[in-house]
Design a protein around this ligand. Structure first.
Ligand code: HEM
Length: 212
């Protein structure tokens, strides 16, 4: 990679990526940063650091809220970025070794998949960065014949990964509940297939019967 860049530097065209980088840097400077809590303009003097990154806020109140959210998050309690990264890496070793599900990943760029899963899980467990990838329904809608057994196999690997990494039982339960909440979307179930919706329907039916 370095060699290619050096070779290109002999050409006047090399100025293009450098200029593009400059432009990006300038845009970032002129764009006012948004407060991650209230989404209003952030005050560059009202900041805090989390995992080596500086976050700016609209007010001290927003900063306190952000800090509290971080401290209380499952993400933080699990050990933050390093813990999630380690868990996802081990998780995909298990997934790819499992003949019930590894065919789904045959043509998938696994480096990208690791990164996406790290970002998704981090956000889902209360990490500081929002998930900006596809929603779970879209991400899995083209997987042929994906069913509950496949979902359970994936969940099983996540659970055993966390156990292997010595995460407390109670915490594992909480993570599995968070992951379980996307099951309907991953399996592309109709909203009305969801157990909650079914329960509500049944309750309505029963209420009607009683009225009669
Ligand atoms: C347990 C819940 C699951 C979560 C949280 C999850 C999460 C994700 C995420 C974050 C992505 C990337 C989306 C993007 O590109 O923006 C993804 C893609 C994918 N997932 Fe899942 N997933 C789950 C279950 C499953 C299951 C059960 C399977 C199959 C056994 C599966 C197979 C795949 C495949 C093959 C892709 C890549 C699709 C592509 O790039 O074309 N996932 N998943």
């Amino acid at each position: 990679m370095k060699k290619t860049l050096l070779a290109l530097s002999a050409l006047p065209l090399l100025a293009v990526p450098v200029l593009a980088g400059d432009k990006e840097a300038k845009e970032n400077k002129t764009k006012a940063q948004k407060c991650p809590i209230c989404e209003k303009e952030a005050n560059p003097k009202c900041t805090t650091e989390y995992e080596g990154k500086t976050y700016a806020f609209n007010s001290g109140g927003c900063r306190d809220k952000f800090k509290k959210q971080r401290e209380e998050s499952l993400y933080h309690q699990l050990g933050g970025k390093a813990a999630i990264n380690a868990a996802v890496d081990l998780f995909y070793v298990k997934v790819l070794a499992d003949d019930r599900i590894n065919h789904f990943f045959e043509d998938v760029n696994m480096k990208r998949q690791h990164n996406k899963q790290k970002q998704f899980l981090s956000a889902a467990l209360g990490g500081p960065e929002a998930w900006t990838g596809k929603d779970m329904r879209k991400a899995h809608k083209d997987l042929p014949d994906l069913d509950e057994d496949h979902f359970n196999a994936v969940a099983e690997h996540l659970q055993s990964t966390l156990a292997e990494l010595k995460v407390e039982k109670e915490m594992i339960g909480k993570v599995m509940a968070a992951v379980g909440s996307v099951k309907g979307d991953v399996l592309n179930e109709k909203k009305s297939d969801k157990p909650d919706a079914k329960k509500k329907k049944n309750k309505k039916k029963e209420a009607k019967k009683e009225e009669k």
